[in-house]
Design a protein around this ligand. Sequence first.
Ligand SMILES: [Fe+2]
Length: 296
Amino acid sequence: MTKQQQRNLLHDHVDMRMVVTELSDETGERNAIVQLDPDHPGFRDEGYRARRNAIARIAANYEPGLPIPDAPYTADEHQLWQTIRNALEPAHQRYACAEYLECVQKLELPRDRIPQLGEVSEKVQALSGFRLEPVAGLVQPRVFLESLADGVFLCTQYIRHHSTPLYTPEPDVVHEITGHAVTLASGRLAELNRLVGAAVRRTRSVDDLERLSRVYWFTIEFGVVREEGEIKAYGTGLLSSAGELEEMREADLRPLNLEAASSQEYDPTRFQPILFCADSFDAMYQKLREFLIQWE
Ligand SMILES: [Fe+2]
């Protein structure tokens, strides 16, 4: 794979997860652990960067199977979670698919504080067998997607900067929990995630990995279905953004065709102008499941 291809792939990928390559134990330069862009909302906030580093350290030291240590969130950050939940909950009532709303009820996540990954992982695992594991930041698409085959979702643990409650330039614990963890509590969505991982594992060429990443994007991240004549979301990118949920009916809604989705370009930095919509949740489940099982 050339550098350019790799960069396109990362940039293309849903969460643009990258590898954290250096975790030095020198205490002098802890901010070096987490590289934030100068235009990141938390770039000038020393306290925020120190917390990001402490959280990155939890992930770096984490051994699969052991309990996940709690992240050191502040009162402001718990308040931030509440602010985001207050924006999302009414949007979910209107625009989330029934399968998602059932999972929300089963998980009973706290409203007034950020749930810790460990407690969420235990609940999800009891329902679908899927578990969460912390990652320091962004990981390569293949690593992220292949871990799904083992029923493991690699999860960031930090929360976005409090100055931008409804915006994050990277996946954060709100996207991971409100989007991915909740949907992974569904037996059927957990199965589809595992099948994506298994299909990625069978994929050798860069082009095919890109095609599969696009299928993941237009289903698991941005999928919609019809329910009783309404458009409802099961995609995690939609479900973790009140703004996207409001906009999704304005999108060019195309019938779910996974071949077409696999070659459809997208821009992760804006509201999605094209969405693929199945006639029902069942129809989506059958179609995606078959497509992934048959993927060579
Ligand atoms: Fe995501």
